[in-house]
Design a binder for this molecule. Structure first.
Ligand SMILES: Cc1cc2nc3c(=O)[nH]c(=O)nc-3n(C[C@H](O)[C@H](O)[C@H](O)COP(=O)(O)OP(=O)(O)OC[C@H]3O[C@@H](n4cnc5c(N)ncnc54)[C@H](O)[C@@H]3O)c2cc1C
Length: 249
């Protein structure tokens, strides 16, 4: 059930040259209940006073038991001339914004009986998967399911939370993290790095309609292209779950 509340910026840091990690706390001190994969909306007015809102996926890593979290973390990618970019890019610690949520159903589903998840993202589209890590840590051994996170970025500096995903992969052998770099390899490439777009790793993983469920999140063009690839591989449409980061003006 969505709730309206004020959020105060508690901390922030740059994740990449144009992506800001922002950690908020509710101004009323309440904890925030959400299911990993959900998003919130930030409400504000244009310069002419007209109200508008933008959506941001919750990136917070919770306890993994569904208990509410004290901080709502999001990663905001700066868009040239963007209204929310202007607001969130200039917000300083202690300042507040209006928000509502949680929303959305881009979440792991209890009744799934697949053998593998293919989690695919570009840019800030990786944030729902960061929030899902505690759930995946429980689910992988419990259901003997494996997970391939296929993450597309132009170069190493744009791999958001890359070190966290690498560390999670080291601790969880059923989890693999593919970094697909389209405009330049790392100075020291890692075993699961791939040159090119996410489709390169997806094809290599040989999507299997009998065993795979895919999640696609981020740039709408990537989502459409990966959807076509997975559909051609025979995955049924209910097993290709999508979240497109379109502007909600
Ligand atoms: C469910 C959902 C979850 C989302 N989660 C996130 C998230 O976690 N992090 C995040 O950064 N964004 C996320 N978005 C996108 C976000 O809601 C805004 O659309 C984005 O921040 C741009 O808003 P803006 O007001 O700065 O730009 P706008 O004022 O909306 O747009 C300014 C101009 O830039 C263009 N534009 C808008 N978005 C983009 C883009 N992504 N790339 C290039 N040009 C663009 C517009 O067409 C317009 O011309 C999500 C969107 C959805 C629907």
């Amino acid at each position: 059930m969505a709730d309206h509340f004020s959020l105060r910026l508690a901390a922030s840091r740059m994740l990449a040259p144009s992506v800001r990690h922002m950690a908020f706390e509710r101004s009323d001190g309440a904890a925030f209940a959400f299911v990993p994969g959900q998003f919130l909306q930030i409400h504000f007015n244009y310069a002419d006073g007209k109200p508008t809102k933008r959506s941001y996926s919750v990136a917070t890593i919770g306890a993994g038991d569904g208990s509410p979290v004290p901080r709502i973390e999001i990663a905001v990618s700066y868009v040239e001339g963007g209204a929310a970019t202007e607001l969130l890019g200039n917000l300083t610690e202690g300042q507040s914004v209006d928000a509502s949520g949680p929303y959305g159903r881009f979440c792991l589903m209890e009744p799934d009986a697949n053998r593998r998840y293919l989690l695919v993202a570009t840019g800030t589209g990786v944030t729902p998967y960061r929030a899902m890590l505690p759930q995946l840590a429980v689910l992988m051994p419990a259901r003997n399911v494996s997970v391939a996170l296929v993450y597309g970025a132009r170069n190493e500096s744009e791999l958001l939370y890359g070190d966290e995903f690498e560390a999670f992969a080291r601790e969880n052998p059923r989890f693999q993290f593919y970094a697909c770099l389209s405009r330049g390899a790392r100075a020291q490439p890692r075993p699961h790095d791939r040159n090119g777009h996410v489709q390169v790793a997806l094809e290599e993983l040989e999507p299997d309609p009998a065993h795979d469920i895919a999640y696609l999140c981020g740039n709408p063009n990537m989502v459409d292209q990966a959807f076509a690839l997975l559909k051609d591989a025979g995955l049924p449409i209910p097993h290709i779950r999508r979240e497109k980061y379109v502007s909600s003006r």
